[in-house]
Design a protein around this ligand. Structure first.
Ligand code: CDP
Ligand code: CDP
Length: 227
């Protein structure tokens, strides 16, 4: 299949990264998890004791970071200045602070430039919040992936329990709803469905079913000819 770009946006725990990785593998495309980049900056800020209110200091720090995304078996491997932070960036502290850090326009500008560079050669499946609206407005296929908050919290709950983490379903539902609200209401590139995105509500759908639906859409986009 000729190479083209697929943008997958949507709220937390909608299944974006799981499905994007599967779709990329099937198509022989490259998967890019942009949330991991915002998480890596947030982790570094917490490590360095810089609070999200110190926007200038944070932006300066972010501009000096080297973030690398490498394909991994289960998830994408994330390197920060050469060190592996793949698991560290999924902590509860990062979850709590990442939306505030990613609302800073200068941080977005820096990361969006990196993301656009990664997609330049085409053949990328990129997931995030603003990919179809802002990062890759010309992506040949745009998907807005969602599911009810209850179902998304339940999915994350099972995932965290399997990792042995001590969380309750109620806590997760609250955290996810708060993060969605911040991502939707921020001024810089809020989470919103692009006008030309296809809405896929994954409530009650299994991972293979969602991947199959997106692959169908990809085949249809490819057969219509790439813009
Ligand atoms: O996996 P999960 O949906 O929980 O989150 P993520 O995709 O890892 O993204 C973490 C956070 O990064 C989001 O809640 C957003 O605040 C931010 N983000 C963003 O602002 N723009 C993106 N393109 C991707 C993530
Ligand atoms: O990237 P995003 O935050 O949108 O979601 P994810 O990390 O890919 O998926 C969150 C959790 O939901 C993972 O544990 C997936 O295995 C699970 N999932 C599911 O149970 N059913 C789906 N249709 C999609 C994801």
């Amino acid at each position: 299949m000729e190479k083209f770009n697929i943008a997958i946006d949507g709220p937390a725990a909608a299944g974006k990264s799981t499905v994007a990785r599967l779709v990329a593998k099937q198509l022989g495309f490259v998967y890019v998890d942009t949330g991991a980049m915002y998480r890596a900056v947030t982790w570094k800020a917490l490590q360095s004791g810089i609070s999200p209110e110190r926007k200038e200091q944070l932006s300066r720090m972010a501009s000096e970071l080297r973030i690398e995304l490498l394909p991994g078996e289960q998830s994408q491997q994330v390197l920060l200045d050469g060190g592996d932070v793949t698991d560290l960036i999924r902590s509860a502290m990062v979850n709590k602070n990442v939306s505030a850090v990613s609302a800073i326009p200068e941080i977005r500008r820096l990361l969006v430039a990196k993301q656009q560079e990664m997609a330049q050669a085409k053949g990328v499946v990129m997931d995030g919040r603003d990919i179809g609206t802002h990062v890759l407005p010309d992506a040949e296929l745009k998907i807005f992936l969602t599911a009810s908050v209850k179902e998304r919290a339940q999915r994350r709950f099972l995932e965290m329990k399997a990792k042995g983490e001590d969380v309750t379903l109620g806590q997760l539902e609250k955290e996810i709803a708060e993060r969605d609200k911040m991502d939707e209401q921020r001024e810089a590139s809020p989470l919103v469905q692009a006008e030309d995105a296809v809405l896929v509500d994954t409530s009650g759908m299994s991972i293979p079913q969602v991947a199959e639906r997106i692959l169908e859409l990809a085949k249809s986009a490819a057969s219509k000819g790439i813009r």
